[in-house]
Design a binder for this molecule. Structure first.
Ligand code: DC
Length: 213
């Protein structure tokens, strides 16, 4: 069973994917961490983030054991990740790892931008999670405030707007809803409500498929 959860920054897709994985006993991968780790390693190597070949070298050498690094969660690394993610060679270097992970039995939940479109086009369930940009900015701002990051709500809103534009306008695997993904708009939902809505979507899609057989 493969569940693909895509959506823009701070849509709540990571929290949802983690809870869905826990609920069904499936492994979970936050694929944004791969791009964040590549950005971290490229910066540490002194690479120019606009240099696709240099970033791809960091992607090829990536040690997946370092994905738990708390430094990956900062605003600066998120921004840098969005830049390295536009290079096709970086995306190509991370493809096999994600596809192999997706095949972990008995099931896997992957969240990102291109899981339903590029990484796992045959995923059993695809959910595209979104929310109004102001709501996403508020959630992300509160997360940063809890962690003591020195950033204002307006700055977070601007960063998220720019990130949405960059992730959706790049040529390689842009952020977009797969035609067969179900849209889940979490504006006005708390996490519990969004989680129940996601479980309903999963039940609906999987029951619908077994009835069609
Ligand atoms: O989900 P996140 O904020 O951790 O992702 C960081 C950046 O990584 C995001 O701006 C774009 C990129 N990314 C991507 O291009 N494809 C994915 N599947 C996941 C993330």
């Amino acid at each position: 069973m493969i569940i693909a959860i895509d959506g823009p920054a701070a849509s709540g897709k990571g929290t949802l994917a983690q809870r869905i994985g826990g609920h069904f006993g499936y492994v979970w991968l936050d694929t944004g961490l791969l791009y964040r780790a590549v950005a971290r390693d490229a910066l540490a190597a002194g690479a120019d983030l606009e240099d696709g070949a240099a970033c791809a070298r960091a992607a090829v050498a990536l040690d997946a054991g370092t994905l738990g690094d708390p430094a990956l969660r900062t605003t600066a690394i998120g921004e840098a990740a969005s830049v390295v993610a536009k290079h096709p060679a970086v995306r190509a270097a991370l493809l096999d790892f994600q596809r192999q992970f997706a095949r972990t039995p008995p099931g896997a939940v992957l969240d990102g931008r291109d899981i339903g479109t590029v990484i796992c086009p045959d995923a059993d369930v695809k959910i595209f999670v979104t929310a109004d940009v102001e709501v996403r900015a508020r959630r992300r701002y509160e997360e940063y405030a809890r962690r003591g990051e020195n950033v204002t709500y307006d700055e977070v809103l601007e960063i998220i707007r720019q990130r949405d534009a960059r992730d959706a306008s790049r040529a390689a695997a842009p952020l977009k809803q797969a035609p067969d993904a179900v849209l889940l708009d979490t504006t006005g939902m708390d996490i519990e409500t969004a989680f129940q809505a996601a479980l309903n979507i999963i039940a609906h899609v999987t029951i619908g498929r077994s009835e069609a057989r």
